[in-house]
Write a protein that binds this ligand. Structure first.
Ligand SMILES: C[S@@+](CC[C@H](N)C(=O)[O-])C[C@H]1O[C@@H](n2cnc3c(N)ncnc32)[C@H](O)[C@@H]1O
Length: 289
């Protein structure tokens, strides 16, 4: 495929990423589903999938959590999806929730929540206990958020149609998930709309949202920062801004060892041509007392 976006080509050169490899790996990356444990356990799931000739799945063995790679077919069109037994989500996106390790008794804020892939995973990991507040600025996206959370039986989440920058409350959160809008280079067709002015605009918003997260998290609380893009400006520079300007501590030890991830002092880069899922960046920051 011929890539015409000159600014994207320039971006790739700046990081020594090979343009065709980048685009092809994003387009052809593996698809994954996770089991929704609110409704079904792994044994029941395996029995049901044996009834479906049109799909073939393979378990991701290095995870404790039930995630499957799609080898054939589209599980998203089967009854497994309709009945809320599965959530179609990239392995990279699933890792954001797994690495954060939310607990049953915690109060979690998901600042940019729609369409709810990560919110619903947090709820699953919390066994539908504790409380998640899920914010989404745009009404039309709240519809998809609520519909997804309802489909998979989430009952520990309060959805608010609010701009996270204006969100006020008189308590603080144990953990915050900040998955802000970004240039989406790690996802299908993200490269087509790429421009340096979009990067700058996204970065400005990401900084504001991180500052807001800092004000809303408890002392010693954790902020998970993630994007589905691969620019330094929207990832490492944001984390550095958190450290230098906001006084947050970058944490670079994770409970889970992710094979084929590129780890640095800032966080984890998941490169689609190495990790074979969507391109992502994940970092953890702690608010010091
Ligand atoms: C990258 S997407 C989040 C994906 C989501 N975390 C998931 O895993 O399904 C970013 C979301 O943030 C929303 N958004 C953008 N600006 C926002 C703001 N200021 N406050 C709250 N939500 C915002 C967007 O509409 C979009 O739905």
């Amino acid at each position: 495929m011929e890539v015409k976006n000159k600014q994207f080509i320039e971006f790739c050169k700046s990081l020594n990423y090979e343009v065709d490899m980048f685009v092809n790996s994003v387009k052809n990356c593996n698809k994954h589903v996770r089991i929704n444990r609110h409704f079904i356990n792994e044994k029941e799931f395996q029995e049901l999938t044996e009834l479906l000739d049109e799909i073939k799945l393979e378990k991701v063995n290095w995870l404790d959590f039930p995630v499957y790679k799609v080898l054939r077919g589209n599980p998203g069109t089967t009854f497994l999806q309709k009945f809320g037994f599965i959530f179609v989500q990239s392995l990279s996106s699933i890792l954001v929730g797994l690495l954060l390790q939310p607990k049953e008794n915690e109060l979690i804020l998901d600042m940019c929540a729609a369409p709810g892939a990560k919110t619903s995973l947090l709820s699953d990991l919390m066994n539908n206990k504790g409380c998640i507040i899920a914010l989404e600025k745009y009404k039309n996206r709240v519809v998809s958020l609520v519909s997804n959370l309802t489909r998979v039986g989430v009952i520990n989440t309060i959805v608010l149609n609010e701009d996270a920058l204006n969100f006020k409350c008189n308590f603080k959160f144990d953990k915050i998930l900040l998955d802000p809008p970004c240039t989406s280079l790690g996802t299908y067709n993200g490269f087509k709309h790429f421009s340096f002015s979009r990067v700058k605009k996204a970065q400005e918003m990401q900084k504001k949202l991180l500052e807001k997260a800092k004000n809303l998290v408890k002392d010693e609380g954790i902020i998970s920062y993630s994007t589905c893009t691969l620019t330094i400006e929207e990832n490492e520079e944001i984390v550095e801004y958190g450290e230098k300007e906001l006084g947050l501590k970058i944490l670079n030890e994770y409970q889970l060892d992710v094979p084929n991830a590129i780890k640095s002092k800032h966080g984890i880069r998941l490169l689609p041509w190495i990790f074979e899922s969507e391109g992502f960046f994940i970092a953890h920051l702690r608010k010091e007392e």
